[in-house]
Design a protein around this ligand. Sequence first.
Ligand code: HEC
Length: 399
Amino acid sequence: MLRKLLPMPLRSRHEVSGHAANQHQQLHLPSGRARRLGRAALVLLLVALIPLTVWATTREEAESAISEAKQMREEAIAAGVTESPTDEMIEQAESVLPSRQYTRALQYAQWAWRQDAMAMRLLAKEEARAAQGVAAKAAVGTYQEPIDVLEGLIARTQSEYLSQSDQNLMMMPDSPAIWTASDGEELFKEPRGPNNVSLEECDFGKGPGVLEGAYVEMPRYFEDTGKVMDLETRLIHCMVTLQGFSPDDPEVKKRHGSGSDHMKLQTYIASQSSGFAWNPPMDHPLEKALRDAGQVMFYRRAGKADFACSTCHAASGKRIRASVLPNKNVPEEWTKAISWPAFRVGHDHVRSSQHRLRGCYWQMRQPMPIAGSDASIAMLSYWTDAARGQPAILSDMKR
Ligand code: HEC
């Protein structure tokens, strides 16, 4: 009806000019969407406001919140939370009571309560971690066959990641890594290089030639170089400075493949820590700094796929095709994940931690870290710290 009453030129203009008609439509769509969005935002805002607006209508409510906050404060102090802004928050809550700002008083008191509750939770977590470290240090550990370590972990956790391959479990007692390690033992004890000395002179952190439990305490800080070093960098250091090899000699330079001196030596040295609890020292500030840098790297999303390590390794039961992925937050699982050198069935070679790390970055389509760089050692420090207290499986066998 109305349209019929409209003056003709308007209609005909629309009919003649498709462009104008299009514009008309285009103008309409966004404005309708905007209205819907606006309504959704308003609903969201209201929903968000509900839990925030706690009306303390009475003085009693405010006072009881303050006394709860005070009680929590005492508990927190007893638990060892000494530095805290909560005293001030409680004072603020009390200071607004005389002017009958009960809602505000209640809010201050609740914030104080929450602050202390959170500080206590964090402290408890930190203490549990430290206790684990102390226990691991005291226990040091004793040698255990890799298969026994793994079966013990499976029995304790029933983890899907740990138990995913029956075939690997069956093959472990005959792992080709055993031969690689035994070749490594010979190389280790043999006087080699221009200086004709054996690696028994090399200190891996527990004194020259002491290998038992040395690998589970790496990466660690070494006085003689002033650096935090992982097994591979330490080995290179000794081959060059003790044995006199040049960094370009194949003994030093070739790092991958079961046939390389490096993989033989690394597999042997690491296998002397099977069954020992991971226990990177974290005594020196640089050890902590690298571990913390590794944590940032673990959670940092980047690259064209926008992946972080945590995208795939921070929840249990994630899969890629048939592989169950290990969860960094479950140390019983994570110990297997970081137990390298391991024989990779699919590669038919023993592979190192540094090799695995490169693979991880390749998988994320990000530039690969340089072996032995601070960045690579930071990540190894972080991933080892995350398995703290759990027994190492050396040498492990992976798909
Ligand atoms: C897109 C998912 C994804 C991302 C991102 C990822 N990984 Fe992995 N990661 C995997 C898969 C899949 C495997 C198992 C490899 C295999 O079976 O071939 C694996 C294996 C591992 C392992 C050895 C565990 C094993 O069972 O062999 C470690 C350790 C590891 N990743 C650490 C990392 C770190 C550190 C990062 C970040 C630098 C990272 N991953 C990023 C998927 C991912």
